[in-house]
Ligand binder design. Structure first.
Ligand SMILES: [Zn+2]
Ligand SMILES: [Zn+2]
Length: 119
């Protein structure tokens, strides 16, 4: 009998599904276990969806998707795609979101990184 073993945290596949944002498959000693996951529309992290967990996550009407529940993700509407564009240095997107803390955090991080490598 073929048995797949692995730890709960490190050995998993992400199966994309059009309905959910992702399904994580964990290989454990007890066999495969599936967890539904959702992706935050603002910061882009995947988190495990637990029904009736009571955790306040939030939902962005503008982006039409779930949020992870982080303070900044709830407070500011900067979609994940826009955050990537800010990271890539897209001037138009940066100007649009320049007054948000999310945008300034990304820019500050990039300055710190460039300082590190341009010594
Ligand atoms: Zn988030
Ligand atoms: Zn949004």
């Amino acid at each position: 009998m073929k048995q797949q073993r692995g730890s709960m945290t490190n050995d998993f596949n992400i199966i994309n599904s059009p309905k959910e944002n992702g399904i994580f498959e964990f290989f454990t000693d007890l066999g495969s276990q599936f967890f539904k996951s959702l992706q935050c529309r603002h910061c882009g992290i995947h988190y495990q969806y637990v029904k009736n967990s009571g955790i306040q996550r939030g939902y962005c009407v503008k982006c039409g998707g779930p949020l992870c529940g982080k303070e900044l993700c709830i407070k500011e509407d900067v979609p994940y795609e826009a955050q990537i564009e800010i990271e890539e240095g897209n001037k138009k997107t940066i100007m649009k979101y320049i007054n948000t803390q999310t945008c300034q955090d990304i820019l500050r991080k990039q300055i710190e990184i460039s300082k590190k490598y341009n010594k």
